[in-house]
Design a protein around this ligand. Structure first.
Ligand SMILES: Cc1ncc(COP(=O)(O)O)c(C=O)c1O
Length: 410
């Protein structure tokens, strides 16, 4: 076809996770590779009832075009929830409903980033954010995160050395690592950001899914004029609606609304109405509590299985919420190599590589616990433990050899 494609799209990395998910569709593979909520917790009956009620009561009204900013009642609901949960005042006028928070990231790239502009990205960081900003030919500055939060010395270096337009941050149960920024870390970040004209993006799809510890202050509260906050119904109701939101101050909001119009006029109005009806007729707190309890228990099972079956030198995070756990292998053992061997033993995960903007053959990997039941978590982690012990040349007890893996053949 010749080279008819834009540089913009030609240079964007293909989503490696999509490729891996295809592999993991093989029913015989235990997959910790997905990033999906537990489907057994979707409120199917309640969504069905909300939809029927809407058709009965509103009929053709729910099938018409609507406003770019989103359904007013839904924005008011989101505003009231910020007040009730976090005591933050977010006027509904400062909320833009987006097609998932993923679209929020795209709109931010479109609105703020010129070719070659500098953006700070967490390392490791959310692959979807790396992809969204790559489209705008961003120059990334990765800054490491660990169990205390972001490395503020490295953040300060980036902020003082370059004109950083955006700093992408997911401070609660980050994807991919599951770590959260401590209260102290957030305060230090806010102090650094005060001195700059960088916009902080607070991506928070997992904030409500805390199963231990206590909530930490939002950047939107610490730094209201320099923060754009993203939220989503994907992890607390269902991702198929593709409904999320973005909170920004007036001037930014005006530009984002233009970007939104140019993209898709408005977010699916029918879906917004169904979600709102569902929220109105049901106890969302009770529903979220159910998700928290299930994920907390799945996380505990994964952590205790890792303790039992993984070689001692392997490090892992202990998330207080969210859906992911992060593994650090000994130096010199690339996660890709473990992945290839693990697939032969019918267990999958995401090697760390796609979560870094400029590193390859890394020794880290992501495990998802939300979409796998606890019995399967135990079996899968035992299998993976066997693979790791074999690759590290350690003795494996007979009882630890997963029957599915014939190590002797290697
Ligand atoms: C950190 C983060 N941000 C944004 C998204 C996109 O979510 P949504 O379904 O709201 O587009 C995800 C999805 O997994 C995510 O992990």
């Amino acid at each position: 076809m010749g080279n008819i494609f834009s540089d913009r799209i030609s240079d964007v990395p293909r989503s490696f996770i999509r490729d891996i998910l295809k592999l993991a569709l093989d029913q015989s593979i235990i997959s910790f590779a997905g990033g999906m909520p537990n489907r057994d917790l979707f409120p199917v009956k309640e969504i069905n009832a909300a939809t029927n009620k809407l058709f009965a009561e509103c009929g053709k009204d729910i099938l018409q075009y609507s406003t770019s900013e989103g359904y007013r009642d839904l924005r008011e609901w989101i505003s009231a929830r910020y007040k009730a949960r976090k005591n933050i005042d977010v006027p509904p006028d400062n909320i833009l409903i987006t097609s998932g928070s993923q679209q929020g990231l795209d709109l931010l790239g479109k609105t703020f980033v010129n070719e070659g502009d500098d953006v700070v990205m967490e390392e490791p960081g959310y692959l979807g954010a790396i992809q969204a900003f790559s489209v705008y030919k961003t120059r990334f500055h990765p800054v490491p995160v660990d169990e205390a939060g972001i490395d503020t010395a490295r953040l300060e270096q980036a902020l003082s050395g370059y004109r950083i337009k955006l700093f992408y941050s997911a401070p609660n149960f980050q994807n991919p690592s599951g770590i959260s920024y401590s209260g102290e870390n957030r305060a230090r970040v806010a102090r650094l950001m005060e001195k700059t004209d960088t916009m902080l993006i607070e991506d928070d799809p997992y904030g409500e899914l805390r199963f231990m510890g206590s909530d930490k202050p939002s950047f939107y509260r610490l730094l209201p004029h320099k923060t754009v906050m993203l939220g989503s119904f994907s992890k607390i109701v269902a991702p198929s609606f593709r409904i999320g939101w973005l909170v920004a101050e007036d001037e930014v909001m005006e530009k984002l609304a233009i970007a939104k119009q140019a993209s898709d006029l408005h977010t699916n109005y029918f879906g917004q109405r169904v979600i709102f009806q569902y929220l109105k007729d049901n106890d969302i707190d009770a529903h979220i509590e159910k998700i928290r309890r299930a994920y907390g228990s799945q996380r505990d099972t994964m952590v205790s299985s890792i303790k039992e079956h993984f070689p001692g030198e392997i490090k892992y995070t202990r998330p207080e919420g969210g859906m992911f756990l992060w593994i650090t292998l000994p130096e010199g053992l690339p996660a890709m190599e473990v992945f290839r061997r693990a697939i032969e033993c019918k267990v999958a995960f995401v090697p760390g590589d796609p979560f870094y903007v400029n590193k390859k053959d890394v020794n880290t990997l992501r495990l998802n616990y939300s979409s796998v039941d606890e019995e399967t978590i135990r079996t899968g982690i035992k299998r993976l433990g066997g693979v790791l012990k074999q690759l590290l040349g350690q003795k494996i007890k007979k009882s630890e050899i997963p029957s599915i893996c014939n190590f002797k053949k290697k």
